[in-house]
Design a protein around this ligand. Structure first.
Ligand code: SF4
Length: 451
C-alpha cells in the first residue's frame, strides 16, 4: 500500500489524547472536597518525587474572532473586562492556597483566548500576586501564548522581568488570501517585531503555531509560509491540523466548505510542510510538533523524558496541574476537574467562595493504566504492558493487526512499537488502547473499512 492509500485508510476522526479518558468520556466530576483531596495526595506524591506542580491560566478574551477558531473565547474590544477577571483569578488561587498552603510550582503557562489581552500592568498584578502565594521553583518554566497583533514591548518586558523565557506566537499562515478567509490579518513585520523583541529581552524558546488545512490554503501557500518561518527561525513549531466542525463552531460557516482542503489533500499539505520543516533542520518530536536541535523539547525527546498534558508537549513531568480561569482543566493524574465555561458563571461561583468546578472525571484503576500507555505511545512511540493486569489490554493486539500488516507498528511481547512509517498514525494506535472509546463508541474504527 503506498503512502497516499495509507493516508486515506487511516484518515479517521480521532481524539488528540491530551487526556485519557478524553473529555467526551468523562463520567462524574469530583466534588470540591474530593478534588482538594486528590490535589493533596498528588502534591504529596510530587514532593516525594522531587517534582512540582503546573499552573495553567486561561485568559479567554480576544479583540476579534478568527473564523477557524475552536477555542472557548469571548470577543470584546472593551479593555475593562480584563480587570475584574484578574481579580477573580487571584481569588481562585487564594481558595487553593487557603487549603493547600504555598504549593511548589515548576511550570506556569498562560493560554487563551489571548493572554496579551491583559495590559502590562494587569500581567504584573496577576503574576506578581500569584507568585507571592506559591513557592515558585528556581528553574520554573514560565511560558505564554501571544497574538503578534496585540503584543506590545511593555508586556514582554514585564514577563521577562518575572522570569518568562518561553513564548508562543499564533501565526497560522502568512498568505494574505488565507488570512483574509480566516479573518486574521497579520504581517510578517508584526511577527518579526515580536520575535526580535522577545529574543532581545532574553526569551530563549520561541514557538510558532502554524495550521494546515485552512480555507484557501494550497501547497504553494503552505511552502511559502514555511519559507518565511525559516527566515525567522523559531526554536519550536507546532503544525496543527485545522478541525473543520461548523456544526459545533458556527463561525466556521463564514467560509465555504469547498474552500477547506479535506482528506488526502489536507494530509498532503501536512506532508509537504513536514518535509520542508525537516529540510530546514527541524525534527518531528511528537504529534504535530517540531523543534530545532538544542531546544529543550528535542533534548527531552532524545532522553525519553517528553511529557504531554492539556498544554501539549512538555519537557518534564509536573503534577498536579491547576487550571485557573474559565473552562480551565486541572489534573491530579487520578482525577480531572474543569471550571465553569462562561465568565458570569465562573465569577458567580468564586463570589460565593466556591471552587468553580463544573465537571470532571475520577480515573478508575483501568483508566490510569491505559492513560500511562497512551501517554507512552504519544511521547515515546512505544509501550510495554506485559506487567499490567488489565483485561482490556488483551484485546489490543487484535485491534492492531491491520496496522501491523501495513508496517505501521510492530507488536512486541506484551507491547507495541510504532515504526517511522507509523508515526503519522500514532493517534490510531492510541485509539486501539482506548477502552472507553471501544465500549461507548464501538462504531468508531481505528481505520477506514472502505479502503
Ligand atoms: S486569537 Fe486564538 S482564541 Fe482568539 S479568536 Fe483567534 S484563534 Fe480564537
Amino acid at each position: 500500500m503506498n503512502a497516499t492509500e495509507l493516508l486515506a485508510k487511516y484518515d479517521v476522526p480521532g481524539p488528540r489524547y491530551t487526556s485519557y479518558p478524553t473529555v467526551p468520556y468523562w463520567t462524574k466530576a469530583p466534588t470540591s472536597e474530593e478534588w482538594l483531596t486528590h490535589l493533596e495526595k498528588a502534591i504529596a506524591r510530587s514532593t516525594a518525587a522531587g517534582e512540582g506542580a503546573s499552573l495553567y491560566l486561561h485568559i479567554p478574551f480576544c479583540k476579534s474572532l478568527c473564523h477557524y477558531c475552536g477555542c472557548n473565547t469571548f470577543i470584546s474590544r472593551d479593555a475593562s473586562v480584563s480587570e475584574p477577571y484578574v481579580d477573580d483569578l487571584l481569588t481562585e488561587w487564594s481558595l487553593y492556597a487557603e487549603r493547600l498552603g504555598k504549593v511548589k510550582v515548576n511550570e506556569v503557562h498562560l493560554g487563551g483566548g489571548t493572554p496579551t489581552y491583559l495590559t502590562a500592568a494587569q500581567l504584573q498584578r496577576l503574576l506578581g500576586g500569584l507568585f507571592s502565594q506559591m513557592e515558585l521553583g528556581p528553574d520554573a518554566e514560565l511560558s505564554i501564548e501571544v497574538d503578534p497583533r496585540t503584543t506590545q514591548a511593555d508586556q514582554l518586558e514585564v514577563l521577562a522581568k518575572l522570569g518568562f523565557r518561553r513564548i508562543s506566537l499564533g501565526i497560522q499562515d502568512f498568505d494574505p488570501t488565507v488570512q483574509h478567509a480566516v479573518n486574521r490579518t497579520q504581517s510578517v513585520e508584526q511577527v518579526r517585531e515580536v520575535t526580535e523583541t522577545a529574543r532581545r529581552l532574553g526569551f530563549t524558546s520561541i514557538n510558532y503555531d502554524l495550521i494546515y488545512g485552512l480555507p484557501k490554503q494550497t501547497a504553494d501557500s503552505v511552502l511559502r509560509t514555511i519559507e518565511t518561518v525559516k527566515g525567522l527561525r523559531p526554536d519550536r513549531i507546532a503544525f496543527y491540523g485545522y478541525a473543520h466542525v461548523p456544526w459545533m463552531k458556527a463561525v466556521q460557516r463564514r467560509f465555504e466548505d469547498s474552500d477547506v482542503p479535506g482528506g488526502t489533500e489536507k494530509r498532503r499539505l501536512y506532508e509537504l510542510g513536514r518535509d520542508a520543516l525537516e529540510a530546514a533542520g527541524y525534527r518531528e518530536i511528537g504529534l504535530d510538533h517540531f523543534a530545532l536541535e538544542g531546544d529543550g523539547l528535542w533534548k527531552a525527546y532524545g532522553e525519553g523524558k517528553l511529557h504531554r498534558n492539556f498544554m501539549g508537549y512538555t519537557e518534564r513531568r509536573t503534577m498536579p496541574i491547576f487550571g485557573l480561569g474559565v473552562s480551565s482543566i486541572g489534573d491530579t493524574w487520578t482525577a480531572y476537574a474543569q471550571n465553569e465555561k462562561t465568565v458570569p458563571e465562573w465569577h458567580a461561583r468564586l463570589a460565593k467562595g466556591e471552587l468553580p468546578i463544573v465537571r470532571g472525571h475520577v480515573l478508575t484503576d483501568e483508566d490510569q493504566v491505559l492513560r500511562r500507555h497512551i501517554l507512552a505511545v504519544m511521547t515515546q512511540f512505544e509501550t510495554d504492558w506485559s506487567g499490567d493486569r488489565v483485561e482490556y489490554l488483551g484485546e489490543v493486539p487484535q485491534k492492531l493487526t491491520e496496522m501491523a500488516r501495513d508496517g505501521l507498528i510492530e507488536m512486541r511481547s506484551g507491547g507495541v512499537h510504532v515504526t517511522d512509517a507509523g508515526k503519522p498514525f500514532v493517534r490510531n494506535v492510541c485509539m486501539a488502547l482506548d477502552a472507553r472509546l471501544a465500549r461507548q463508541a464501538p462504531d468508531r474504527p481505528i481505520f477506514s473499512r472502505t479502503v
